[in-house]
Every structure is written in C-alpha cells, then in structure tokens.
Design a protein around this ligand. Structure first.
Ligand SMILES: Cc1cc2nc3c(=O)[nH]c(=O)nc-3n(C[C@H](O)[C@H](O)[C@H](O)COP(=O)(O)OP(=O)(O)OC[C@H]3O[C@@H](n4cnc5c(N)ncnc54)[C@H](O)[C@@H]3O)c2cc1C
Length: 396
C-alpha cells in the first residue's frame, strides 16, 4: 500500500512551486468573487448546489486539484488545495465544501488504490467531472468508527455490501463512493476494508436527505447498501487495510478543513470591518470605538494564528514528513474553533443586522459550526493530540 503521504516532495525548485501556488490562489480568488459570491445567498436559501458551478469548477481544475498531471489532474499539493479552499470559503462555505469533498472522496484511491484503479477513476474524475465522496459514518457509529456495522462478505469474485451510512455529503449525486465496510467484523479496526462503489451499482440506494442549518448548498443523504454487489477489483488495498486508508485520508484532509475554517473566518472578519467603518452610531462610525477595535484586533489575531498552523501542517504534509498527525489535528481543531468564534463576533459587530439574512455573516456562522464536528469532532481531535503528546510517558 502507498504511504499515507499523498505527495512525495517535488523535485522542482521551490520558486517554481510558489509561482504555481500563487497562480492557483489567484484563479480561486477570481472565481470566488466573480461567480460564487453572487450566488452564495441563493445557494444557502434553496439548499441546491448550482449544477453549472460543477462545470466551472471542473474547467478550473478544482475537482481534480490533488490529482497528478498524468491522469489529467491539476497536479496540486496539499498547500495549493488549502489555498483554493480558503479563497472560496471566504465567500461561500458550501462551494468550498463541494470541492473539499471531491478531494476527500478521491484520497482513499490515492492512498490505497493500485495503478489500474488510479488510472480508471482519476481519469474519470479529471476528464468527466465525476464526483466522489467518502462514506464512513453510520447512524449508530460516528466518533467510534472502528465499530462500523456495514459488512462486506466475499462471494466468489465479488463482495456483497450490506449496511447504512448517514450524513454523506454528495450522497445521491456522487458517481464514486469511497466506502468502508467490515470484512471481518470480529477484528474491529483491523477487519475494515475499503471499496469504490460506483453509482448505479444494483443494491446501492439513497435515503433521507438532511435539512442542515449550515453548508446548505451541499446535498447530504443516507447511503444504503442492500446486497450491493461490488467486484473485488473495486477493493482498495488488501482486506483489513481500510482503517489505514481511512486514517491516512482524514490526516491529509485536516489541514484542508482548517483552511476552510480560516476562509470562513476571514470572510466574516472582512465583512465586519467594512460594516464597522460604515455604521454610524453616536455620530461616529462604530469602528472608532475602542470596544469594536479590540474585537477586530482579537479576531484578526486568531485568524492569522489559525492560518499559520494550517499552512505549517500543509507544508509538513507536502514535505513528506512522517509525523504529521498531531499538527494536522491541531490545525483543524484550532482553526474550526476560530471560525466559530470569529463568525459569532462578526454577527455581534453587525448588531441586529448581523442576525438578519440580508447580511452574509449569519450564514458564515451557521457554516462555521460544522467545521468543529466533521472529519473528527474536536473532542476526538483533542484526544488524538493528547495521545500523541503522552506517547511513551510512563503513566499512559
Ligand atoms: C454536515 C455533515 C456532513 C458530514 N459528512 C460526512 C461524510 O461525507 N462522510 C462521513 O463518513 N461522515 C460525514 N459526517 C459525519 C461526521 O464525521 C460525524 O458527525 C462526526 O464524526 C461525529 O460523529 P457523530 O455525529 O455520530 O457524533 P458522536 O460520535 O455521537 O459524538 C457526539 C458528541 O460526543 C463527543 N464524543 C464522542 N466520543 C467522545 C469521547 N471518547 N470523548 C469525548 N467526547 C466524545 C463528540 O465529540 C460529540 O461532541 C458529516 C457530518 C455532518 C454534520
């Protein structure tokens, strides 16, 4: 199985890499301003992701941002993925999540896929805008993922999948589902295997569509397997390697989740600053009051600190360092808390208007909340960080 590092350090001069990243950031920022921001409120209100944005994201290479050039991908690394997500999250959480899920859905193929699986699926993703997703969570199993109940039983050259996944982003619209199921339920984490289940496979169906408080543009459904027959060629890695594939995927995705949180927070801060300069009370812009200035200074400091953590975690990942788990978890944990705090403070700076849908900060606050919950709820990340710190200590 491939190492859990997505990218081997590139043998290109750093200057060239920086130039490429800068270009990717500029394209993302322009796309965000020109075509995403004007539709962000409508996407939130209708809960429908605009299909034409999928085309636009495909053309810009965002849907295949982390895939190598040899498969038609953008050849980005985790840092460039973070830059794209941050720029887009500044104006629309749902749109940033759409691109993020696409990356997270394809990461298990990166980590566990063999060359022919990569060739097959990555080419479909980059050439046909095929959508992906990551399906692990179940109604009774969230944080305790090693206890999943979905099973995959070998039958001849196929596996029969049975079980129920919930909260799956892009459920019902994705073409390729990276699914985790127990091939040996008695073995816990060691008995989990990973499969790519293609849309249209008999026995794959979709259940309840969730009504969410935030990230409303992204369709989120139950994904149900009823004697769903999946060929053994669709298994990623060996039987029992699903846990490693899932943990490798989550580790890689955490800096990107952090970048999403930084983007949402920065968007809210920028808006609050503009508003504070324009809103007059007691005959002066509210920005002239020290109470508001201190809030803005605190918000900006938190955003910068979160950004520094996120891009350090991304840089470590891109450099191929072995020990990235703690920093990636720290980045996601800290940045998501900052996003919640800063968006809430932005609503406060707008006062009553902040509570109204005429301004985007209430949407940003609703979007920020889930960054503390998904891809490892923050309590679980704190456990993971503490475990890393206490490793090797006599009492632990
Ligand atoms: C909008 C949205 C989209 C999602 N998309 C996907 C997706 O695409 N694919 C996917 O597989 N999953 C997805 N998820 C699921 C998400 O990853 C889980 O919700 C998350 O892992 C938490 O699991 P849970 O909701 O079952 O909470 P639980 O595990 O039931 O936890 C409830 C609370 O208890 C805390 N807790 C649990 N165990 C401990 C412990 N040992 N110590 C301290 N506190 C603890 C948790 O932190 C949390 O606060 C999504 C969730 C949401 C909300």
């Amino acid at each position: 199985m491939r190492s859990t590092h997505l990218f081997l350090p590139k043998k290109i001069p750093m200057k060239e890499i920086e130039k490429e990243r800068q270009m990717i950031r500029e394209v993302a920022a322009k796309t965000a301003q020109r075509i995403i921001q004007p539709r962000a409120a409508e996407t939130d209100a209708t809960g429908e992701f605009p299909r034409d944005l999928v085309e636009a994201f495909g053309k810009q290479g965002f849907l295949s941002i982390i895939l190598p050039e040899q498969y038609g991908g953008t050849n980005g690394d985790i840092t460039s993925f973070c830059l794209v997500i941050e720029e887009i999250a500044k104006v629309c959480g749902s749109s940033s999540l759409f691109i993020l899920v696409q990356g997270v859905g394809s990461m298990p193929i990166w980590v566990g896929g063999n060359p022919s699986q990569k060739d097959l699926y990555f080419t479909q993703i980059s050439e046909k805008n095929r959508l992906t997703t990551f399906a692990f969570t179940e109604p009774e199993v969230g944080s305790d993922v090693a206890s999943i109940k979905t099973t995959a039983k070998k039958q001849g050259k196929d596996y029969l999948l049975n079980g129920h996944k919930c909260f799956i982003m892009n459920g019902s619209i994705a073409h390729l589902y990276s699914v985790f199921a127990a091939t040996d339920p008695d073995q816990g984490a060691k008995g989990i295997s990973s499969f790519v289940v293609e849309d249209g496979t008999p026995g794959l169906r979709f259940g309840k569509k969730e009504e969410k408080i935030g990230m409303r543009g992204l369709v989120t459904t139950d994904v149900i397997f009823e004697n769903c027959r999946v060929p053994q060629e669709n298994r990623l890695g060996e039987e029992g390697e699903g846990w490693k594939i899932a943990m490798g995927t989550l580790n890689m995705s955490r800096p990107v989740l952090g970048a999403q949180a930084v983007g949402i927070a920065q968007g809210a801060l920028d808006y609050a600053i503009r508003y504070a300069n324009e809103r007059i009370q007691f005959g002066k812009p509210i920005a002239s009051f020290q109470g508001i200035q201190f809030m803005i200074a605190d918000m900006a400091t938190q955003v910068e600190a979160a950004r520094a953590l996120v891009y350090q975690a991304a840089a470590d990942m891109d450099a191929g360092l072995e020990e990235t788990e703690k920093l990636c978890a720290t980045a996601k944990f800290y940045a998501s808390n900052v996003a919640m705090k800063v968006t809430t403070d932005a609503v406060q700076i707008l006062g009553g208007y902040g509570y109204m849908k005429d301004h985007p900060v209430e949407r940003m606050m609703r979007d920020a909340k889930v960054t503390q919950i998904y891809e490892g709820a923050n309590q679980i990340l704190r456990l993971l960080i503490a475990r890393q710190l206490l490793k090797g200590q006599p009492e632990f």
